[in-house]
Design a protein around this ligand. Structure first.
Ligand code: F6P
Length: 561
C-alpha cells in the first residue's frame, strides 16, 4: 500500500506556512505575555511531569501538530500495535513489548497463542531463579553462593540491562555485582574475567538470536575460561541463557531448563522488559523488577487512553517533529541530572536511532521528509563543562531533554539542591539567552571602558530561544524508570508513524556484519585476499603484518564466523 507522501499532506504544508510565520518567535516574549504558559504547557502521567513550555510553539503550533498526528493515523497505528497486528512488515512480526509488562489478567493472543500466559510463565521462572541467587540457595560448583553476574550480550541484550542495573544501583543486593560484556574486543571480557572468581560467578548469555558474532565469541571464551578450573558438569551451575533460539542454546551446552525464553515479537531494543532483564531482577530483586514493569504499563495505559493533546509520548514526539522537519534540527541532546542515569542517553541512542534511522517508508518509497535525528548526551552537570558551550552559542539548533529527579537516594547534604539548580538554570538560560543590551549593562557596571565593553559584547551575548523539555520525577524508583523508558519507546513509535517508516526492523546493521565476516576470514588466513578498494586492502595488509609479528594473535586464532 503506497501512502501519500508526508511532505504533500495538507497539514504538513500548513505547518510549513506556520513555521515561516512564527517558527522563531521569541519564547522570552511569550513567557512575558502568557503568565500561565507553564500550566498550559505541562502535564503529569504515570509518575512523570513533562514541562514543554520552553519550546518554540504556541497553541496554533500544537493544534497543527495534533492535526498531523490524526491525519497520519497515530491512534489507529497505536491500537494496531497493542492488538498484536504484524506491523513490522519486513519481518512479518507483531510488536508486543507492551505485553511483557501487562498484568496477568490481560487477554492477548498472537497466532492463536495466549501470549500473556507465556509471558507470565517466564516471569515466574525469573522470579524463582532470582530469589535462589539472591538467597544464596543457588550455589556454584564448590557450594559457595554466587557473588558476580556476568551478562554477555550486545545491543538490546546489553544496553537495557546495564543501564537499568546502574539506574537502580541504590537497591542492589549487597553480595552481588553485575558486570556487562558486549564488545568482541577481548579487552572487554578479559577485564571482567580478571575480576571474578569462576566458582562464584554466573554467566548470563543474553542474545535474542543466539547467533550474534560478538556474543557467541565472548560466550565461548567465557566457557573456555571457566573450564580451565571447572568441569563440563559444573557448567549448569554457572551458565544460563536468555534467547528465542532453543536449539542454539542447547547446542552451546546450556541445558533447556537453564534457558529463559522470549519471542520474535520482542525487538532487541525493546527487550529489557523480557527475560533480557534477568540481571536486573537478580540484582534488585523480582519485586522491584515487577514495579519497573508496572511503571511502564502505567505509561502504556496513558498512551492508549489519553487524548492526543494530553498524551505525553505524543506531545514529546510531535514537538520533536516540529524541530526535525520544520526547524531542521538534526540532533537532540538528552541530559539526565542524575548520575545513576549516566547510561540513559546511550540506551536512547539504540532505541531511537535503530528504530527511526530509516530512509524509506514501510512500503519502500523514499522519504519525503527527514526522519530520526541523532540522539546524544551525558549527565548534568558533566555535560555543562564539556559541550554545553556549543548548545548555548554554537550555530546549530539542538533541542534538549532535561531529566531531573526531585529527591536523591543519598544523604550528602547540599549536593542535590545544587544539582537541581543547575538543571533549572540551564533550561532558563537556553530559553532566555542574554541580549547585547544586558551584556553591555553588566560590563559597564563592572567598570569596563566603552572600547573593552564593545569588544566583549558579541562574545558574551547568548541568542537564547533554544528549546527544551524538562521531565521530572519524585524519585528514581523502578516504577518511574519503567515509565520513563516506556515514554521514550512510545515517542519513537509516534515519530515512526508520522514519518511512515518501519520502526521495528534494522537492516542497516547487516552490510557491515557480512563484510566483517569476510574480512575476518582474510585476517585469519582462512580465505585468500579478496577484491577490495585500495584503502581496505591496505588496512587488511597492515593488520595481517602485525599479526605475523605477534605470535599470540597468529592467523589461526578463532575466526568470527
Ligand atoms: O540479541 P541479539 O540477537 O544478540 O542481537 C543483538 C543486537 O543486534 C542487533 O540486531 C543489531 O545488530 C540489535 O537490534 C540487537 O539488539
Amino acid at each position: 500500500m503506497t501512502k501519500k507522501r508526508l511532505a504533500d499532506s495538507p497539514t504538513f504544508r500548513q505547518l510549513q506556512t506556520h513555521f515561516d510565520a512564527v517558527g522563531d518567535a521569541a519564547m522570552r516574549t511569550q513567557f512575558a505575555s502568557e503568565p500561565d504558559r507553564y500550566s498550559r504547557y505541562s502535564l503529569h502521567a504515570a509518575g512523570l511531569m513533562l514541562d514543554y513550555s520552553k519550546n518554540r510553539l504556541n497553541q496554533t503550533t500544537l493544534d497543527l501538530l495534533m492535526a498531523l498526528a490524526r491525519e497520519q493515523q497515530v491512534e489507529a497505528r497505536r491500537d494496531a500495535m497493542f492488538a498484536g497486528e504484524k506491523i513490522n512488515l519486513t519481518e512479518q512480526r507483531a510488536v508486543l513489548h507492551t505485553a511483557l509488562r501487562a498484568p496477568r489478567s490481560t487477554a492477548l493472543c498472537v497466532d492463536g497463542q495466549d501470549i500473556t500466559a507465556d509471558v507470565h510463565a517466564v516471569l515466574d521462572q525469573m522470579h524463582g531463579f532470582s530469589e535462589q541467587i539472591r538467597s544464596g540457595n543457588w550455589v556454584g560448583r564448590d557450594g559457595q553462593a554466587i557473588t558476580d553476574i556476568v551478562n554477555i550480550g550486545i545491543g538490546g541484550s546489553y544496553l537495557g540491562p546495564k543501564m537499568v542495573c546502574q539506574a537502580l544501583r541504590a537497591q542492589a543486593h549487597a553480595r552481588l555485582s553485575c558486570h556487562f560484556v558486549s564488545n568482541v574486543d577481548g579487552h572487554d571480557l578479559a577485564a571482567v574475567l580478571a575480576k571474578v572468581n569462576p566458582a562464584t560467578t554466573l554467566f548470563i548469555i543474553a542474545s535474542k538470536t543466539f547467533t550474534t558474532t560478538e556474543t557467541m565469541m565472548n560466550a565461548h571464551s567465557a566457557r573456555s575460561w571457566f573450564l580451565q578450573s571447572g568441569t563440563e558438569a559444573d557448567l549448569a551451575r554457572h551458565f544460563v541463557a536468555v534467547s528465542t533460539n532453543l536449539p542454539a542454546v542447547t547446542g552451546f551446552g546450556i541445558d533447556a531448563a537453564n534457558m529463559f525464553p522470549f519471542w520474535d515479537w520482542v525487538g532487541g531494543r525493546y527487550s529489557i522488559w523480557s527475560a533480557i532483564g534477568l540481571s536486573v531482577a537478580v540484582l534488585v530483586g523480582f519485586a522491584a523488577f515487577r514495579e519497573f514493569l508496572d511503571g511502564a504499563h502505567r505509561m502504556d495505559q496513558h498512551f492508549r487512553t489519553a487524548p492526543l493533546e494530553q498524551n505525553m509520548p505524543v506531545l514529546l514526539a510531535m514537538i520533536g517533529i516540529w524541530y526535525r522537519n520544520f526547524h531542521g534540527a538534526s540532533s537532540v541532546s538528552v541530559a539526565p541530572y542524575h548520575q545513576d542515569l549516566a547510561l540513559f542517553a546511550g540506551y536512547l541512542q539504540q532505541l531511537d536511532m535503530e528504530s527511526n534511522g530509516k530512509r524509506v517508508t514501510a512500503s519502500g518509497q523514499p522519504l519525503s521528509a527527514a526522519s530520526g535525528p541523532v540522539i546524544w548526551g551525558d549527565t548534568g552537570t558533566n555535560g555543562q563543562h564539556a559541550y554545553f558551550q556549543l548548545l548555548h552559542q554554537g550555530s546549530d539548533l539542538i533541542p534538549m531533554d532535561f531529566i531531573a529527579v526531585l529527591n536523591a537516594s543519598h544523604t550528602l547534604p547540599g549536593h542535590h539542591a545544587v544539582l537541581l539548580a543547575n538543571c533549572f538554570a540551564q533550561s532558563e538560560a537556553f530559553m532566555r539567552g542574554k541580549t547585547a543590551v544586558e551584556v553591555r549593562a553588566d560590563l559597564q557596571a563592572q567598570g569596563l571602558d566603552a572600547a573593552a565593553t564593545e569588544a566583549l559584547v558579541p562574545h558574551k551575548t547568548f541568542p537564547g530561544n533554544r528549546p527544551s523539555n524538562t521531565l521530572l520525577m519524585d524519585a528514581l524508583t523502578p516504577a518511574n524508570l519503567g515509565a520513563l523508558i516506556a515514554l521514550y519507546e512510545h515517542k519513537v513509535f509516534v515519530q515512526g508513524v508520522i514519518w511512515g517508516v518501519n520502526s521495528f526492523d534494522q537492516w542497516g546493521v547487516e552490510l557491515g556484519k557480512v563484510l566483517a565476516q569476510a574480512i575476518a576470514r582474510e585476517l585469519s588466513g582462512k580465505s585468500a585476499p579478496q577484491q577490495h578498494d585500495s584503502s581496505t586492502t591496505a588496512l587488511i595488509a597492515l593488520a595481517r603484518a602485525a599479526q605475523m609479528a605477534t605470535p599470540s594473535i597468529a592467523p589461526d586464532s578463532p575466526s568470527a564466523d
